[in-house]
Design a protein. Structure first.
Lengths: 229, 268
């Protein structure tokens, strides 16, 4: 389980995260929802240790973060994280060199699934192809958790469908996924749990299925309620 | 990896250095032969009577500007690259910093990879420069008539060039001072860059203040302790020891600060 307890992060003179607490469990797809600037990406970066947090605790499987964590959690940001001069195959070799959890067989399988050409330069990839390649880098390791920041942003319909297929595949099933997206409608049926961010806090944390069956509300309905308060 | 990313620029600098310096030597030798031919045509006398024997050392001395140009350019490129080696990972479409900082290995490896990469480039270029010296001598010997050629030692040729006196020092002590100062400056620069990457706008102020403070510390013994004159309060050896201690302190502080920031404070 990834657990955030009272996390505070200051950015440009204001608290982007102001006592944020929530959990993301293994085997669940948890979606962080919030308006632009709510701090969704900052949460991802804070979990990965890519931005320092001022206060609070971030635990992974009950333990404070350390470099061991990078074998357990994969991060899929909304942009490329490999040198543009590299070929896609070189990027895969780089990952295999550094991560003990890297699964080369799965990487090859994902490259085929997304129809990616290993010899192509990373710098030449379109936004959609780059997103698919990022998913290869994030899903190929045998990690327990995957963090995805806007995996559908700026991507064409067919690519989006391909990525959405991944969410319902065995590639995701056993893992804990924490994602941020603006395209709630498209992935609503896949999400197990939603966390609504407002003013740097988790304004609401709920099980989507329970919300649907007991109160008859979709995620978007709940969002409307929260943001109109 | 860091070396691999700089390889084309490194090869370009090596190629440019070889081209400019070897052309300078060749043109110098051909120019001198031409002068001798003109003298012979005009006076009918053998040039040996008027001209001294052709010497590679003298050719290096006469072409030192053209030797210094690629060396200066290489130094300028390396100074710029000392910034770029960090900033290229943070800016642009492929923000490699995300990946580097998420590697399951110690973050200090990133720091030392970048540091050793820059040092490797410096020593590769210096080594290549040393290699070019006998090649230049061979080219010079091929152009100059054998009967008018005076043999030259490479060490003399190196000493004939003002830039090489700093770049290729003859004694280990000089090497230690020249390259030691360069390495300290690089460590201070790395610490300042990481201050900026950690605290952004405020980090620029911190970085400049840190670099300024280190520069002041380094020149203080020279100005106040009489390291450069014999009538100071301290014996020269004592002043040197103080200078070395201060330099050592700056090295330790800069490396510690750089590693601390990279581990705890840096953000993407």
């Amino acid at each position: 389980m990834i657990e955030l307890k009272g996390v505070r992060k200051r950015y440009r003179g204001r608290y982007v995260l102001n006592g944020l607490s929530f959990t993301a469990e293994k085997g669940n797809i948890t979606c962080l929802i919030g308006m632009n600037g709510a701090g969704k990406s900052t949460v991802m970066k804070a979990i990965m240790g890519l931005v320092p947090v001022k206060e609070g605790q971030i635990l992974v499987d009950g333990k404070p973060r350390g470099r061991w964590m990078y074998e357990k959690i994969s991060f899929v940001p909304d942009h490329l994280t490999m040198p543009l001069s590299m070929k896609m195959s070189e990027g895969l070799t780089f990952m295999a060199d550094f991560y003990a959890s890297w699964n080369a067989e799965r990487a090859a399988e994902l490259m085929r699934f997304f129809r990616l050409e290993p010899g192509e330069k990373i710098g030449n990839l379109s936004k959609g192809t780059a997103a698919k390649y990022n998913l290869v880098l994030g899903l190929a390791p045998n990690s327990d958790y995957v963090l995805m920041d806007e995996p559908f942003s700026g991507i064409d319909l067919f690519s989006r469908e391909m990525i959405a297929d991944v969410f319902s595949s065995e590639l995701i099933e056993e893992r804990g996924v924490l994602l941020t997206t603006h395209e709630i409608g498209e992935v609503e049926h896949l999400i197990d749990k939603a966390v609504i961010l407002q003013n740097g806090k988790a304004e609401m944390e709920f099980d989507c299925e329970t919300m649907r069956s007991e109160e008859g509300k979709s995620i978007v309905d709940v969002m409307r309620e929260v943001y109109s308060r | 990896m860091e070396i691999h990313r700089f390889r084309y620029i490194l090869f370009a600098l090596m190629g440019l250095t070889a081209l400019v310096q070897m052309c300078a030597i060749a043109f110098n030798a051909m120019g001198e032969i031409n002068e001798r031919n003109v003298y012979f045509e005009q006076t009918g006398r053998a040039p040996e009577e008027f001209f001294a024997a052709m010497s590679y050392t003298r050719a290096v001395q006469e072409t030192q500007f053209w030797f210094a140009v690629p060396v200066g350019l290489s130094i300028a490129v390396l100074v710029i690259y000392a910034f770029l080696i960090w900033y290229r990972d943070w800016f642009g479409r492929g923000t490699f910093a995300y990946r580097l900082l998420s590697l399951p290995s110690e973050r200090r490896n990133i720091y030392f990879a970048k540091l050793t990469a820059i040092l490797t480039f410096v020593f590769v270029l210096v080594g290549f420069q040393l290699l070019l010296m006998p090649i230049g001598r061979a080219i010079f010997a091929m152009i100059a008539p054998a009967d008018q050629l005076q043999p030259s030692y490479i060490a003399d040729a190196i000493f004939a060039n003002q830039v090489f006196k700093i770049l290729l020092p003859r004694s280990f002590a000089e090497f230690f001072v020249n390259y030691g100062l360069g390495i300290i400056s690089l460590l201070v620069l790395f610490a300042s860059i990481l201050l900026e990457r950690s605290y952004r706008w405020l980090g620029i102020v911190y970085g400049l203040a840190y670099a300024g403070f280190c520069a002041l510390l380094m020149v203080y013994p020279l100005l106040a302790l009489g390291l450069n004159y014999s009538t100071g309060y301290f014996y020269t050896e004592e002043a040197y020891a103080i200078q070395m201690a201060i330099d050592g302190l700056i090295v330790v502080a800069s490396v510690w600060l750089g590693l601390y920031l990279l581990k705890k404070k840096v953000s993407v």
